[in-house]
Design a protein around this ligand. Sequence first.
Ligand SMILES: [Zn+2]
Length: 275
Amino acid sequence: MKGIAVAALMLGACAFAVAKPIPSARQVPSAKRGVPAKDVPLPRPKLVSLSPAAQVPTGDAEAEPSACVQRLQEFARFTARPSKDGPGECDIGDVIELERIVMPDGSLVAVNPVATLACPMAEAVVHWMRNDIAPATAKLAAPPAAIVTQGSYDCRGRNGIRGAKMSEHGRGNAIDVGAIKLSNGEVLALTDGAAPKPFRQYVRAAACERFTTVLGPGSDRYHESHVHLDLAERTGGHRLCQWDVREPAVAAAPAPELSSAKRQQPQWRKRRFRR
Ligand SMILES: [Zn+2]
């Protein structure tokens, strides 16, 4: 009975995710509809094949570079690592430390902190940045300089709960993204209403087309300050796209009891357990 109940819950979750419309990039509102005036280009994100991440890679990227590692050399700067000898399902191969992404114009975007990922997931992140994020930042104040990460490979249960189902982080198949930092120093936190809403809407639409799981604010209490992306494979090809792009917060007078340092702390710095 317990198994049936869990299965029913999972089906319900999938049905919710499928029923929730995923806006295409073309549906992102323009500045004419009352959003910040910066004009963000809206090319449609390209779909990516999900098959490379269907199985957890087993090869040793350091000793014998996989086809994925060889492909990635053109688009990223990284260090191939020995297979992870973690407990249980955390024993993964084809591991790299993703350090920089080579953008289409030849500039480098730092991955900060460096992300430890299985190569197929790293490849998806690289192409998300190159093909989806780069066009969206073209008319912002400055080009992207860094992708601010909040987690990558981590052998643990979902949301840091002991005994929970293994997180995709434990397979090197997930990354938590807090913000995109521009070369002028501006930080666009993906979950912060202060960042241009059309930009955040575009990033959401692109992420939900490229990754099979996207969890942000509105999905659960663990994803209020970052966006979780992974390539989990589900029965029937179901996807989870749960990220409410929120309105900018109404300006309010600062509470007198808060120190200025605390008020200025960006949202993405608030770490929590996460999927
Ligand atoms: Zn995560």
